[in-house]
Design a protein around this ligand. Structure first.
Ligand code: 13P
Ligand code: SF4
Length: 318
């Protein structure tokens, strides 16, 4: 009852203000299935936000996603309903770290996962998401690429491309003798918790289970699973395939969202791993954001322009 009342107030105010609400696939079910005009993975939300002319834009996701919306829509008000809503990957690298990588490995193109802040994107050549990472790396047509900040996503791409991966502490300056992916040791604090043993335990109990792993999981976990893809790719997979049981190696609200939309699918609940940052966004916060214009996301113009180049390049290449 409480949530239904909040949803009603949010949807009424959203209409009055001409706002658009975007929701990442990790929002909790009562929010995910009610107030967003658009839900999706990082790539779908970035594409959608590049097209919208609604104002304000309320971003139900984490800060780097709201920043992306602002980079693409400087003239509109972008609101993040939570105070911090960080991300362990975005916190794992600074703009100065990227400048140092470019000093050490001059001329090597730099790809950044979208899970970084605007000043880091501004230092890189192109952005990618979990939905297009290998495609973007291939499109650069280079034999060595720096990929930051997700160590595991980089490992999964390198394996898919048949490339070796090395980290800056393993390479001489210039990396003259190395061809492949130069990674960074950032990790998602949620996906790093899953292990191949988790999968083996569930397969023992449910031999016909289909296991889906987000590519932020370790390469060993992805290898032990049946499918790997972005959050939306996993949702589509469950919707379209008729397996008796599914196990998701990702943030656990998403399993609840899929279960609510597909009552005939059996989602196994191994998961108790909620992303603490996504979890900061509540219906109460969304209502407060709409009522009081909180919290306004700003990106300094010089950084915004350079970050936009990297994002535009991704949107063109994908
Ligand atoms: P997606 O782009 O696959 O939605 O992933 C975003 C994210 O933060 C996953 O942890
Ligand atoms: Fe960041 Fe991991 Fe949370 Fe995604 S799930 S927002 S990568 S901490």
């Amino acid at each position: 009852m409480l949530k239904a009342e909040l949803v009603h107030q949010i949807n009424r105010l959203k209409k009055e203000r001409g706002a658009i609400i975007l929701g990442h696939n990790y929002m909790e079910p009562a929010l995910y299935h009610t107030v967003p005009d658009v839900v999706g993975d990082s790539l779908e939300l970035a594409r959608k936000v590049a097209e919208t002319d609604a104002d304000p834009i309320i971003f139900c996701g984490v800060r780097f996603m709201a920043e992306t919306a602002k980079i693409l829509n400087p003239e509109r008000t972008v609101l993040l309903p939570a105070a911090k809503a960080g991300c362990s990957l975005a916190a794992s690298i600074t703009a100065e770290d990227v400048r140092e990588l470019k000093r050490r490995f001059p001329g090597v193109p730099v790809v950044t996962y979208i899970n970084t802040y605007a000043d880091v994107k501004a230092e890189c050549d192109v952005v990618c998401t979990s939905g297009n990472a290998a495609k973007i790396v291939r499109a650069l047509d280079a034999d060595t690429v720096i990929f930051v900040p997700d160590e595991y996503l980089a490992g999964n791409i390198a394996r898919d491309m048949g490339w070796p991966i090395a980290f800056p502490d393993q390479l001489e300056d210039g990396a003259k003798d190395f061809k492949g992916l130069i990674g960074w040791r950032g990790r998602c604090e949620v996906h790093e918790k899953f292990t191949p043993d988790d999968i083996a335990g569930v397969r023992k109990q449910f031999p016909d289970v289909v296991v889906l792993a987000h590519p932020e999981c370790s390469p060993a976990v992805v290898d032990a699973s049946d499918f790997s893809g972005s959050t939306s790719a996993m949702i589509r997979y469950v919707k379209e395939s008729p397996a008796p049981h599914y196990l998701l190696m990702t943030e656990c609200a998403m399993g609840d969202n899929i279960a609510a939309a597909n009552p005939d699918r059996d989602m196994l609940r191994l998961c108790s791993v909620r992303c603490p940052h996504m979890n900061e966004i509540t219906l109460q916060d969304v209502l407060r954001a709409l009522k009081h214009n909180e919290r306004v996301i700003e990106v300094p113009e010089d950084i915004r322009l350079r970050a936009k180049k990297s994002l535009d390049r991704m949107l063109e290449l994908s």
